[in-house]
Design a protein around this ligand. Structure first.
Ligand SMILES: [Zn+2]
Length: 381
């Protein structure tokens, strides 16, 4: 027993011991609490812990409930997100920059038509494969920006140069009809559809087999002119043909973009009809010149695409003419704003090497998607 314990004992004895003449007191409530103070504190502490735990769990459940109004506040949402009702937030996706835009990606060649080959006799590099590869990559990027992308081919199939614009015409006929814009007679529409389907089914470049369908060669039929006039108004739909080039001069390399104007078509047709026996075929109809195409619009699209591609992949920059007018059937035979990309020269060793680098391929596709973005952002399209 130590000194302090002794003092406590002495004090207690003094206050309760009958030897000092005081009656022995009955134990009071306070005495009970004093005597069991430690036990009572332990029990109270235990109950407090239990109460706090149960309360905490209930609070967490309440906060987690999806319809709890303070779990998210209006200020937590971006402008594109709204809280509609007690069922929870109604997430409305933010608009993408190419929402509502429609882009045809036309991977050149395919099937038995390899396009350019290197080496020419036993090809390892086939243009048709690179064209499809870049079109697929560009499609992914354009769709991520919100565009609707339509491919004229998605595998190694042969699609003729007349079947491709025929696919465009059928799409435009459907689109114009669905949107109440098809201001041609039912008979004209029927003849055009039959002719386009014929070009797709025949799917060849044999004029005598009727490969052109509703397209007639030099110039355009009256039916097609009616449809072209409507297609010229579809500014938000564009057509990009993807190719790679070949030159006898193996030093030539890099990107050029081709487009058509009325003048480039007419000049080329006149020249070809005089000199090329292909166009002397009696089934190749020569018609009056027809003017109506917006060549300046094609040039603007070509400019944005070229500059964006070489900005993204500087390896493709060169000192050759970057924009070139010509007379390709896939551009000539339909009325959308359209260009043909010649991304690299497969005849050039450095350009061929680029196709082994996935990073360069990705950059080319990025150049195409950025070019479309700039075109739409900087024109009325
Ligand atoms: Zn080609």
């Amino acid at each position: 027993m130590n000194e302090s314990e002794k003092r406590a004992t002495t004090k207690k004895t003094t206050r309760t011991d009958p030897a000092y003449g005081a009656l022995r007191k009955r134990p009071s409530t306070m005495d009970f609490f004093r005597k069991h103070r430690a036990g009572i504190l332990i029990v109270l502490t235990f109950f407090c812990v239990v109460l706090l735990s149960v309360g905490g769990w209930l609070l967490i459940d309440w906060l987690k409930a999806p319809d709890h109004p303070t779990a998210t506040t209006a200020s937590d949402h971006s402008s594109a997100t709204t809280v509609s009702d007690s069922r929870g937030p109604d997430i409305t996706p933010a608009p993408l920059p190419l929402d509502g835009k429609i882009i045809f990606l036309d991977a050149g060649h395919g099937g038995y038509d390899n396009g350019c080959n290197y080496p020419e006799d036993d090809p390892v590099y086939k243009e048709k494969e690179f064209n499809l590869q870049i079109a697929i990559e560009a499609k992914k990027q354009l769709e991520a920006l919100g565009a609707e992308v339509i491919m004229t081919r998605t595998d190694d199939s042969f699609i003729s140069i007349y079947a491709r614009p025929a696919l465009v015409h059928l799409f435009c006929l459907d689109y114009l009809k669905e949107n109440g814009l098809l201001s041609i007679s039912a008979d004209t529409e029927m003849r055009l559809r039959e002719g386009m389907n014929q070009a797709i089914q025949i799917n060849s470049t044999d004029i005598s087999a009727g490969c052109m369908g509703a397209m007639v060669g030099s110039g355009f039929s009256d039916d097609l002119i009616e449809l072209l006039e409507l297609e010229y108004q579809l500014d938000h739909i564009i057509f990009i043909s993807v190719h790679n080039n070949w030159g006898s001069n193996t030093k030539r390399h890099g990107t050029a973009v081709y487009y058509v104007t009325d003048e480039s078509i007419i000049e080329s047709e006149d020249r070809l009809i005089k000199k090329d026996p292909y166009y002397a075929n009696p089934d190749y109809t020569v018609r009056e010149h027809y003017y109506g195409r917006d060549g300046e619009r094609n040039r603007t699209l070509a400019r944005f695409l070229h500059d964006s591609i070489v900005a993204s992949a500087p390896e493709l920059n060169n000192d050759l003419p970057d924009l070139v007018t010509d007379n390709f059937a896939v551009l000539r035979e339909q009325g959308l704003a359209s260009v043909m990309l010649e991304l690299t020269y497969l005849s050039n060793p450095e350009d061929r090497e680029l196709w082994t680098d996935p990073d360069v391929v990705r950059k080319m596709a990025e150049g195409i998607s950025n070019g479309c973005l700039y075109y739409y952002n900087n024109t009325d399209a």
